[in-house]
Design a protein around this ligand. Sequence first.
Ligand code: NI
Length: 169
Amino acid sequence: MAVLEIMTYPNATLTRRAEEVEKVDGKIRKLISDMVDTMYANEGVGLAAPQVGVSKRVIVVDVRPYDPSTSLICMVNPEVVSEGGEVLHEEGCLSVPECVEGIKRREWIKIRGLDERGREIEVEGEGMLAIVLQHEIDHVNGRVILDRMSRIKRDLHKKRLQKAKMKAG
Ligand code: NI
């Protein structure tokens, strides 16, 4: 078990597009397992590799606290197959501390990628699962919730976070 350090905005890894995983090997499996540990240790419902400083397209999601009919999802190179509807929901992010804002998302989503053994998998979700999947896919594309807010709110939170970072040295 390894709990990794979580990067916070404006860390550079969080704001660039993460790299495609060429091969799902032991190193990627270890990353996935550490990401799951880190997600649970922080009581999160999702985590993307850039949040632990690794610029790779890997996400883990577990929304069972909100939707017991779901399960733990670990996906490499996730891509959206189809999506629809629209929903507004309050979101926070471990990498954007003390920020909870209403974010517009698709209501349902179908995504495709590889599991921890490199096999192709598809996942369909609605409600909380759909929201968190979109949130984590945003992360591997270098987007955080700030990028989905109105300009006024975004500027406000960015200023606050940059200030906090400067204070922390
Ligand atoms: Ni996040």
